[in-house]
Write a protein that binds this ligand. Structure first.
Ligand SMILES: Cc1ncc(C[n+]2csc(CCOP(=O)(O)OP(=O)(O)O)c2C)c(N)n1
Ligand SMILES: [Mg+2]
Length: 554
């Protein structure tokens, strides 16, 4: 039977279990998606169309692929704007499928912007559908890239969505995705080192989440009695109420990174980016690097032993090897857990104190503490923004389940938190979904707030309203940073709760610490009936949080 390319793509997406597609018009496959009954989540700009799909892939650990469409081709206005979202998905290695219009044969000189070369800089794989009968082939390839190996965005450009092909000539079968197990000799070498180490430390990255390997990580850590730190993007891969959990950042994490003689990195690139730890004194440590591919091996630091393979299969193999060598006993418990607890208690004392603070304007840690109290931490989703909310929440927010918190951004593009909270609501409709933002993130979101009302997405936006851009390091207010570019209209000049309330959100503005919990409860309550909420907390400027270790000075 003859169908057009756009219809073929829509049907294949359904076969692949894609339940909805985020978009900003126009894209020439959209009408076919509509006709074929694939719901579209229409965002209010192209960057958010990408970001929502990207976040959906992240939050589901790639088990459900987020898909988006946007305008490309000779009038690539949408693509130019979507580029920011794609660059971030690529930077963070998110398996999102982006479908756009390709430049038709004969039109390649029509614009200055070159679609193919731009797209290749932000994709794991870029496909150009140059013949309609290649539709199943390219879709198969796209889903293979999305479901196998190192995750990353895949982009498919369709130059002629109305071209016809025979749907029965090459029938489509969904792609399962494949994993690889590590070489047993590498596993043995890693375990030799691990069992001989004095102060080993597990450094868990987001690969653990994409491999669905949280249970295996816990089992290995417990068998070998090794403390665990996670990266920002892996926050929640290891339960943060576990006696072996050290932290994501903070003095206790610095202490363990410094004192370790062996780093067992699993599912992390070990790239000391803007928002991750470096390895202090790397030449004095044994670095065992477990990763899904060789891209990150011997990058930045010398790798003593690489164990290449899927994180779940790797952790299982390591555990089995340790168990076989030690007759199931593992490494002795000693007082590892007690030391972790003491280090955490000491490092977190200053945050516990401000978490209980009654000061006005409100201390942001008081909001985070109260948020933890109000939420069911096993059935909720919280994410941060770029700026202080990332730094503070990643220091203290207790994450008990994988993706109970989404840490994001090797470089963090402001505004992503709203996309993440929307995606979390789509992925887990019964979970409370909260985005915590500052002024700058909020500015990026404003145009997209209408989507939550239209789609009845019960998400709460928590605004840590501190009157300006605090940003990084000592803060924009502090010495040595950006004192000329922090000031915006603050809560004394603009009441954002009125602005957003006029849209139709449930809104509140809170300046009394005692009112935080009741206000959050009311917001989460209205969320249950599908109404979004915005709560502005009038906060002080408090750029205090755990530092990243081992990064070179800027
Ligand atoms: C797209 C983008 N542009 C610029 C930045 C740089 N940046 C990071 S945080 C920040 C300001 C944050 O201020 P605010 O949202 O008020 O958060 P606060 O730190 O005050 O809580 C800026 C400009 C960024 N992260 N993303
Ligand atoms: Mg601010």
């Amino acid at each position: 039977m003859t169908i057009d390319v756009a219809t073929g793509i829509s049907r294949i997406l359904k076969e692949e279990g894609v339940g909805w597609v985020s978009t900003f018009p126009v894209c020439r496959v959209n009408n076919a998606l509509g006709r074929e009954g694939v719901p579209m989540l229409m965002m209010r700009d192209d960057r958010y169309a990408v970001a929502v799909a990207d976040a959906f892939s992240r939050i589901t650990g790639g088990s459900r692929i987020g898909v988006c469409t946007f305008q490309g081709g000779v009038n690539a206005a949408g693509m130019q704007y979507a580029y920011a979202g794609m660059a971030q998905a690529y930077e963070d290695g998110s398996p999102v499928l982006c479908i756009t219009d390709g430049v038709p044969a004969g039109s390649s000189g029509n614009s200055q912007y070159d679609v193919a070369s731009a797209m290749k800089t932000v994709s794991k794989w870029f496909g150009y559908l140059d013949k309609p009968e290649r539709t199943p082939e390219l879709m198969r390839r796209a889903f293979t890239m999305l479901r196998s190996g190192r995750p990353g965005p895949v982009i498919l450009a369709i130059p002629n969505a109305t071209a016809a092909y025979d749907e029965t000539a090459d029938p489509y079968r969904p792609v399962k995705g494949w994993k690889s197990a590590p070489d047993s000799a590498d596993v043995r070498a890693a375990v030799d080192e691990l069992l001989a180490a004095r102060d080993p430390l597990i450094y868990a990255g987001e690969g653990v989440i994409y491999a669905g390997a949280s249970e295996e990580l816990k089992a290995l850590a417990e068998l070998v009695n090794v403390p665990v730190i996670t990266t920002l993007k892996a926050k929640g891969a290891f339960p943060e109420d576990h006696p072996l959990f050290v932290g994501v950042r903070g003095d206790q994490v610095a202490h363990y990174l410094n004192k370790s003689d062996l780093i067992l990195a699993v599912g992390s690139s070990l790239s000391p980016g803007r928002f991750s730890h470096g390895i202090p004194d790397p030449a004095k440590k044994t670095i065992i690097h477990c990763n899904v591919d060789e891209l990150h091996i011997n990058k930045m630091y010398p790798t003593a032993h690489a164990v290449i393979g899927d994180a779940r299969l790797t952790l299982q193999a390591l555990r089995q090897e340790v168990s076989d060598r030690t007759s199931g006993a593992g490494r002795p418990a000693d007082n590892v857990a007690a030391e972790v607890r003491a280090a955490r208690d000491e490092a977190l004392a200053r945050y516990r104190q401000v978490r209980a603070s009654d000061e006005k304007p409100i201390n942001p840690y008081r909001v985070y503490g109260d948020l933890m109290e109000v939420l069911d931490l096993r059935n909720s989703f919280v994410t941060h923004e770029s700026g202080n909310t990332r730094d503070q929440l990643s220091t203290v927010f207790d994450t008990l389940i994988p993706r109970g918190f989404l840490g994001w951004g090797n470089v963090s593009t402001l505004g992503f938190s709203l996309a993440a909270a929307i995606a979390a609501k789509k992925a887990f409709p019964d979970r409370a979904s909260v985005a915590v933002t500052g002024e700058a993130g909020l500015g990026y979101m404003l145009g997209n707030l209408e989507v939550l009302l239209r789609e009845k997405l019960g998400v709460t936006v928590v605004h840590i309203s501190n009157g300006g851009f605090a940003g990084y390091g000592p803060g924009f207010w502090g010495p040595g940073h950006d004192p000329f570019t922090h000031q915006v209209l603050g809560p004394d000049e603009v009441d954002m709760s009125k602005v957003i309330g006029a849209l139709g959100f449930h809104t509140e503005r809170v300046s009394e610490p005692a009112e935080i919990i009741p206000a959050l409860r009311r917001a989460l309550d209205v969320n249950r009936s599908g109404r979004p909420a915005y709560i502005e907390f009038i906060c002080c400027q408090y750029p205090v949080y755990g530092q990243w270790v081992g990064r070179s000075a800027e």
